[in-house]
Ligand binder design. Structure first.
Ligand code: TYD
Length: 196
């Protein structure tokens, strides 16, 4: 199934000069860029992007707690809502601190492919070969000690429904391009080789 996914290069990726490296990885895997812009996000943009639901707060809490426990450490937070709220507040301040690059990439199972390429939320746990694993090494332990969100270079949509919602936050319909890319033929057209 051809899907679209939203990717944001967060302020740390922009500031560290990793824009071309990150874009290059998505180009090289054969995805098609259908929208791109640099945006200095407003408070509202980020508020909309990270919706503070109980499910989201529990998700970030459980993920970080599991990492601490996997290395035999006690997670120093007990309330998932308080943890989730502080992460969300930190993310809003972080994302509006500097321009970000917003993009929409399209391709066969693009959402899960991009998540695989982006890697684990915590760069220190992300495997080599992934964007977060190769280009950063921040950890929950360090970011929580410093009372800030983790700096993990990129955001990528978690599933197709989330991607549709997030694309609508960052792009209008007219900013999403429909065009023929050579990869449409080389990768996906069953007759491409035969018709030569
Ligand atoms: P999440 O959606 O769980 O991760 P991902 O970006 O991999 O989909 O969390 C959203 C962002 O919240 C994540 O990119 C970085 C930040 N975050 C923290 O700062 N601390 C945490 O303990 C977690 C789990 C996330």
């Amino acid at each position: 199934m051809i899907e679209k996914s939203l990717v944001l290069i967060k302020p740390d990726g922009v500031q560290r000069g990793l824009i071309s490296e990150i874009i290059g990885r998505f180009e090289r895997v054969g995805l098609k860029l259908v929208a791109i812009k640099m945006v200095h996000p407003t408070h509202d943009d980020v508020e909309k992007h990270y919706t503070l639901t109980d499910e989201w707060m529990l998700g970030v809490y459980t993920k970080a707690k599991a990492k601490y426990e996997s290395v035999g450490e006690k997670f120093p937070f007990t309330d998932h809502q308080a943890y989730g709220k502080s992460i969300k507040e930190g993310l809003v301040n972080f994302l509006k601190s500097s321009p970000v690059v917003a993009m929409v990439w399209e391709g066969e199972t693009a959402v899960s492919l991009i998540r695989k390429m982006v890697g684990n939320t915590e760069p220190a746990s992300a495997t080599p070969g992934t964007i977060r694993g190769d280009l950063s090494h921040d950890s929950y332990a360090l970011s929580n000690t410093q009372n800030r969100p983790i700096r993990n270079l990129v955001h990528a949509s978690g599933n197709v429904k989330e991607a549709e919602h997030e694309i609508g936050i960052w792009f209008t319909d007219t900013e999403l391009y429909k065009y023929e890319h050579v990869n449409d033929r080389v990768q996906y057209d069953p007759d491409w080789f035969l018709s030569k």
